[in-house]
Design a binder for this molecule. Structure first.
Ligand SMILES: Cc1cc2nc3c(=O)[nH]c(=O)nc-3n(C[C@H](O)[C@H](O)[C@H](O)COP(=O)(O)OP(=O)(O)OC[C@H]3O[C@@H](n4cnc5c(N)ncnc54)[C@H](O)[C@@H]3O)c2cc1C
Length: 405
């Protein structure tokens, strides 16, 4: 019996017992790729992450250690890094990629360096993303490549309205466009697909414009480039519909990654500080409703918009499975992909894979120092997203008990 923090509704439990749908409580399938040692590490880690004070203190010391260049790799590598990252580079991530694929789970290599602004660093990030495009070419173990636009542009440029660009901004923007285009073109050439992550609302307008240009150029036959819609924003459901209308009119296929959104606190704080209306829904229920609605809209318009569902929410994933079954859409329909992050929600990922759905893990990789901001965010999200840590912990404990029995 599932006893997670965010307990599942009776209705959902009933649906899960339908043998044609995946059972997200099947811990044997969820964790059979993990050794007893891996499971114990996961258990210890999620136990630590369930203590907000510890995460806050740990994050503070990790930042301090980074700032004063203390060597902390020895502590990070076998713990949070091993749980949430594939390796220091593409080659080192090979083991994770093969392990996932042995259970029919695909990989999305995610270069996890964040917060770079110098032109040289932006070029380095671009070449690193191109390496992932290259690694994915003709390799069925890879589902997509991915990049964060803020890894290819300075934040100060992304934040500006294009009408306010100076001469040097225009030149810098051309370089950003060139980087983004080079990744999308290489992906199309390799017969792959690429996701453009969504970020804070105050830099998202320029990202949306860029993503739409790329979709219009590269998504003529099929969706190669996918933009991201964060459904915690109250304008995004309308945006997904409008994007699809534009795609229909202009003759391209939209690709949309649907997520709830990762920057809620930051968004609300900034809106309050600067005295504008927060772009975020006032409650979780409204976010959930828009998320469900967007999924349904994409399913009903699949010939014009391909869907990537990025969520750790059991109910959302189950609703998508159910809707596909009701609409007679095959589990392995190429136009639909499910995804979770490495080290999280294996119960969803591996049970979906076992039922033949297209499912992929984001596999962040990069030098430990550069992955630290990502790891700190992971730790914080695990303590702040209601029920996430206790859900992970309950399932791991159940599997450990099952193996012992
Ligand atoms: C594969 C993948 C890719 C991702 N890519 C991106 C990306 O490009 N950009 C990005 O921003 N995020 C991204 N995320 C993170 C995502 O947006 C969520 O933060 C995270 O997945 C938690 O949402 P959930 O649907 O998994 O779970 P849930 O636990 O159901 O939802 C938690 C989320 O609900 C929303 N929420 C919580 N409380 C409230 C409230 N009171 N009012 C309104 N909304 C609320 C928040 O968005 C919160 O993160 C990605 C996640 C995955 C799995």
């Amino acid at each position: 019996m599932y006893k997670g923090g965010a307990s599942l509704s009776l209705q959902l439990l009933k649906k899960m017992s339908n043998k044609n749908l995946p059972d997200f409580r099947d811990t044997e399938r969820a964790f059979r790729h993990l050794s007893d040692r891996d499971l114990s590490r996961g258990k210890l880690l999620f136990e630590l992450l369930s203590r907000p004070w510890l995460v806050a203190t740990g994050s503070f010391f990790a930042r301090l250690a980074l700032f004063i260049h203390l060597p902390i790799g020895w502590a990070i590598r076998p713990t949070v890094y091993a749980q949430f990252c594939g390796g220091e580079d593409v080659d080192e991530s090979e083991e994770t990629i093969s392990l996932l694929y042995s259970s029919k789970v695909m990989t999305i290599l995610d270069y996890s360096a964040e917060g770079m602004d110098a032109e040289k660093d932006l070029d380095i990030t671009c070449s690193e993303v191109l390496k992932t495009v290259d690694a994915a070419a003709n390799d069925p173990r890879h589902a997509f490549s991915v990049f964060k636009p803020s890894g290819l542009s300075s934040n100060s440029l992304l934040i500006k309205k294009k009408k306010d660009f100076s001469e040097s901004d225009l030149a810098a923007w051309e370089r950003v466009e060139r980087r983004v285009r080079s990744i999308c073109a290489a992906t199309a050439e390799a017969g792959g697909r690429v996701l453009i992550d969504a970020e804070e609302s105050w830099i998202q307008d320029n990202i949306d414009e860029l993503a739409e240009d790329m979709m219009s150029d590269f998504n003529r036959e099929t969706a190669v480039v996918f933009t991201t819609a964060q459904l915690y924003r109250h304008d995004r459901l309308a945006y997904v519909k409008e994007l699809t209308r534009k795609a229909n009119e202009a003759g391209f296929i939209a690709g949309v990654k649907l997520v709830r959104g990762a920057y809620m606190e930051k968004e609300r704080e900034r809106a309050e500080e600067r005295g504008y209306n927060s772009p975020i829904h006032t409650d979780k229920k409204s976010t959930d409703l828009d998320f469900d609605h967007a999924v349904k809209f994409c399913l009903e318009t699949l010939e014009r918009v391909h869907l990537f569902c990025g969520s750790h929410n059991e109910e959302s994933n189950m609703k998508l499975c159910e809707a596909m079954a009701e609409m007679g859409i095959a589990n392995n329909d190429k136009r639909i992909t499910f995804s979770q992050l490495l080290g999280m929600s294996d119960s969803i990922t591996f049970n979906l894979a076992d039922h033949g759905y297209n499912v992929a893990k984001y596999v962040p990789y990069g030098p430990i120092r550069e992955a630290m901001p990502y790891l700190i965010r992971r730790a914080k999200e695990n303590t702040s997203v209601a029920g996430q840590t206790s859900r992970e912990l309950t399932l791991i404990r159940e599997e450990i008990a099952r193996r012992k029995s």
